[in-house]
Design a binder for this molecule. Sequence first.
Ligand code: MRU
Length: 376
Amino acid sequence: MTTGDILLIERPINVRFRKDYKAVIILDQSKLPNHTEFIDLVTKEDMYQAILKLKVRGAPAIGICAAFCYAVYANLFFSEAFAEERLGKNPVCRELFLNELFTFKKYLASCRPTAVNLFWALERMEKALLAEVEELPKDCELTIDSASSIVNRLIGEACKIQYEDISMCKAISEYGLSLLKDGDGILTHCNAGPLATSHYGTALGPALLGHERGINIKVFADETRPLLQGARLTAYELHKAGVPVTLICDNMASIVMKNGWIQACMVGCDRIASNGDCANKIGSSGVAILAKHYNIPFYVMGPTSTIDFSCRSGDDIPIELRSGEEISEKYFSEPIAPSGINLYNPAFDIIDHELITAIITEKGIVRAPFDTGLLQ
Ligand code: MRU
């Protein structure tokens, strides 16, 4: 398929198209920091497994990746269909194609339940698809030319989602930085940096942007058990960028707060309910409770695409349950728990809105009452 000039900018490296648009190339986050490996997602199973196994992770990056996968899947469908139908002499049935994409969307949407950006991005892609199909001649058949315009539209929409994310992250970082001063220490949980988004990140954005401007922000990164996104990704990204970062175990947050080293907590989010309750990586609510105890402001940062007004409170947000093996074996040379022990491994928890000082989106800094503030 031809693509026009929409793909000339290639700055984000965590998610991108292969040149023939028949694969999504991702930086495999599960291998960091020891190995920088890029992998091609070609089949729908590759795509599903990459998100499920956190090869690509972080709410905005999951959404971006799903959008790229959607465009590639459509392109592959047409390439195969037209190849089979004797090099494009016969057209492809529109209903067949649409049904294939509806099924693919449902399949991909089922791989992780908490981050709303996944569903948001897939919805947006489907809307773009239907709008493009609407503009085509009304007969049941799709020609090579119609297929080409559909694929171009989808590639364009996916790129738009990614580039909008860059400016949203920049705006969030600016707002976050406005709340800090030179020399401040922040505590963060999990990874909400460029790897989890497209650029700057959300919760790591203020420290990265501050560093670019000569403002010194020191970051304390919770290791973030059990999948260690803090140790493997946050420490890696900040250290690489030259931002002072200190890695701590999750149970050390209290002591660094007590020592007076933390002037603000900044975390990302996977879904924001309309009352301001926020889902983020398991352990975030504990950090918020500690912050309240030590009178430290607690900021949740995420694009407005993370707000889900259909959830009235955190109770309506589905919490992903993951394999217990991630607690008992992963990252250890041998199992650390007795075999057969009960394991409970929720991937996220809900930060009660009463513990949140402000929610920072690309539109600004929202303080309580969140139900009205988030609507603006
Ligand atoms: O399970 P993960 O690694 O996808 O969880 C990620 C988080 O909890 C992040 O804080 C959140 O997605 C925001 S990323 C900007």
